[in-house]
Write a protein that binds this ligand. Structure first.
Ligand code: PMP
Length: 359
């Protein structure tokens, strides 16, 4: 830390992103990317006039992209906000809707780690509610809470989802506070609550192109909400970086919506591979939480979470381990192709065999 850093950031603990190693080629099951390539339409779209794509500023209104998203999900363009990854949208939401003086924010204690970082960044009082014993989010506890609410649904890193009815109870019981539902993983089998946006002006649903749309590298996210919430987010964007989505990403994002069916078919494959992985790990003695996401969260009594992570890495397979006390026995394993999941299961089996031999 330099002596110039603003004092308000001195104690800030930044988010730790998942590893993106360059030392060797891994089977990469640590940051919930899609194992499938972007569609041909997307590749054709970015294979464009490179000179214009680099020389000119992008459209700050992102009009074409917004229109495609709006049409796909049955909304008006004015209900859509787009930004540089859903992290950017979450960041703007904390800036816009968490007033440190008027109200704090509430989110699950075990959830996407960035929520706490944003709360700290903006000096917002954060109430972090424990998960239930089965690691699900206790929806009732967010009802009438009188704070901005942020919930990942399905939750990360557990993969467990709330139903639309449960989300609606939270939204309806907090009419004077924004409820942000982070649906980064919703396409892998959970119920989306976007239809509730037609009914509730305090609901903001955040989505990403990074998982189901195979575009983590392009950095693109969108949010669906009432026109006023969207205008608020645009105000923040135009007050920070209006050109925050580059021209290639705008083209790719619009083309991906044209190929929506291709991406949903990929999600069905992931769901099938998740079922295979869950069954295989369960038969090896793991407890696997019931996931509706493109990852599973699993622990074994036979080996610690960190030990398994380290041994898998040595065998060229990367998974995500969190040191947080309550979940340190688990690993979060992204669902890849069936071949990748078979390699993972074989490696886990071999590691457990070695561990048993050492006893
Ligand atoms: N929300 C959740 C729950 C996530 O796990 C992630 C990915 N790390 C994000 C949002 C951010 O995704 P992106 O910025 O790539 O859209």
């Amino acid at each position: 830390m330099s002596r110039f850093l603003a004092e308000r950031y001195a104690s800030l603990v930044a988010y730790t992103p998942g590893e993106q190693p360059t030392d060797m080629k891994y089977i990469k099951l640590n940051t919930n990317e899609s194992p499938f390539p972007p569609s041909k339409g997307v590749l054709d779209a970015i294979n464009t006039d490179a000179v214009s794509a680099l020389r000119l500023y992008p459209d700050p209104e992102c009009g074409i992209l917004k229109e495609k998203i709006a049409k796909q999900y049955g909304f008006a363009k004015e209900n859509i906000f787009v930004s540089n990854g859903s992290d950017d949208i979450l960041n703007f939401s904390f800036m816009a809707f968490c007033d440190g003086k008027k109200c704090g924010v509430a989110f699950p204690e075990i959830s996407y780690g960035f929520y706490k970082v944003y709360a700290d960044l903006y000096g917002v009082d954060a109430k972090m509610l424990p998960l239930a014993e089965d690691f699900s989010v206790s929806a009732e506890e967010y009802c009438n809470i009188g704070r901005t609410v942020v919930i990942a649904n399905p939750n990360a890193p557990t993969g467990i989802a709330l139903s639309v009815r449960e989300v609606e109870r939270i939204v309806a019981s907090n009419p004077d506070h924004v409820v942000v539902i982070d649906e980064a993983y919703v396409d892998f089998g959970a119920e989306s609550c976007i239809e509730l946006v037609h009914q509730y002006d305090n609901l903001l649903v955040v989505r990403t192109y990074s998982k189901s749309f195979s575009m983590a590298g392009a950095r693109l996210g969108f949010a669906i909400g009432g026109r006023e919430l969207i205008a608020d987010l645009d105000k923040i964007k135009y007050s920070t970086n209006p050109y925050n989505i580059n021209r290639l990403t705008l083209l790719a994002g619009a083309a991906a919506m044209d190929d929506y069916d291709y991406y949903m078919e990929n999600c069905r494959k992931i769901v099938a591979n998740r079922a295979y992985t869950t069954e295989a790990l369960t038969s090896l003695g793991f407890e696997v939480l019931p996931s509706k996401a493109n990852f599973v969260f699993a622990r074994s009594k036979k080996i610690g979470g960190e030990a398994l992570y380290t041994k898998l890495k040595k065998r060229g397979i990367l998974v995500r381990h969190f040191k947080t006390e309550k979940i340190k026995d688990f690993n979060r394993i992204t669902i890849g192709t069936l071949g990748e999941m078979k390699s993972l299961v074989a490696a886990v089996e071999a590691i457990l065999g070695e561990a048993a031999g050492e006893e």
